[in-house]
Design a protein around this ligand. Structure first.
Ligand SMILES: C[S@@+](CC[C@H](N)C(=O)[O-])C[C@H]1O[C@@H](n2cnc3c(N)ncnc32)[C@H](O)[C@@H]1O
Length: 207
């Protein structure tokens, strides 16, 4: 069922993230997505912010999105792009795809929000072929203890303002626990957002 918060989040998402996109997020998307090729899965596609950056090496793109208002926006955005893509209404915790069916998977600012992160990572690993790559941009728990403590305290607030987004997740550790090998990682900050959502990891994990 569509909640008012979900509808609001979808309606204003692009406006809320415009500053961060301009201040570096878009550049990260562009650089990372050159690495996507073959059969690609993107989870939690949102309003389609990654669409402009998929290249001609992408044979097919399946984008999952469980939020109906986001999925509708995504479908409208897809009409403006030539990427061979389909939108699939499904949560990352229950991916409706055969095991080993993708060459690459993409998660940008989604593993912070999925209800069950371990399950979503295990599903991502299942649907990737052996050696397939998960390309990620995720904001995470800080490595600085003081900020990490604030992230714990502020997480209940963050979950409300970010429509279920958590600011305290050690996503790289979780990916490793799910069996991924982190092969590339750069640490940066999201800009133009509150300090507790700034710590950012960008990279590649191999299944
Ligand atoms: C912060 S937005 C990120 C959107 C987009 N990936 C981006 O980079 O701009 C989080 C997205 O995750 C989606 N989402 C929430 N729960 C999810 C789940 N369990 N599985 C997959 N996506 C989910 C939301 O609907 C939303 O579109």
């Amino acid at each position: 069922m569509m909640s008012i918060a979900e509808a609001f989040f979808a309606r204003f998402y692009d406006r809320m993230t415009a500053g961060a996109e301009k201040a570096g997020l878009r550049a990260h998307r562009q650089a990372l997505l050159t690495k996507a090729s073959g059969k690609v899965l993107e989870i939690g596609g949102g309003t389609g912010a990654n669409l402009p950056f998929y290249g001609s090496g992408v044979a097919s793109l399946s984008i999952t999105e469980p939020s109906e208002p986001m999925a509708r926006r995504l479908e409208r955005r897809l009409e403006q792009h030539e990427v061979p893509a389909e939108v699939v209404r499904a949560p990352a915790e229950e991916l409706p795809f055969e095991s080993g069916s993708f060459d690459a998977a993409v998660s940008t600012l989604v593993l912070c929000t999925v209800g069950d992160q371990a399950r979503a990572l295990s599903e991502l690993r299942r649907v990737l072929r052996p050696g397939g790559r998960l390309l990620f941009i995720e904001h995470v728990r800080s490595q600085a203890p003081r900020l990490a403590r604030w992230q714990e305290r502020l997480n209940p607030l963050q979950r409300v303002i970010g429509c279920g987004c958590n600011c305290n997740r050690a996503t790289l550790d979780s990916a490793q626990a799910a069996g991924f090998t982190i092969t590339e990682v750069a640490r940066d900050e999201l800009h133009k957002v509150p300090p507790w959502v700034r710590p950012l990891v960008v990279g590649v994990a191999e299944s």
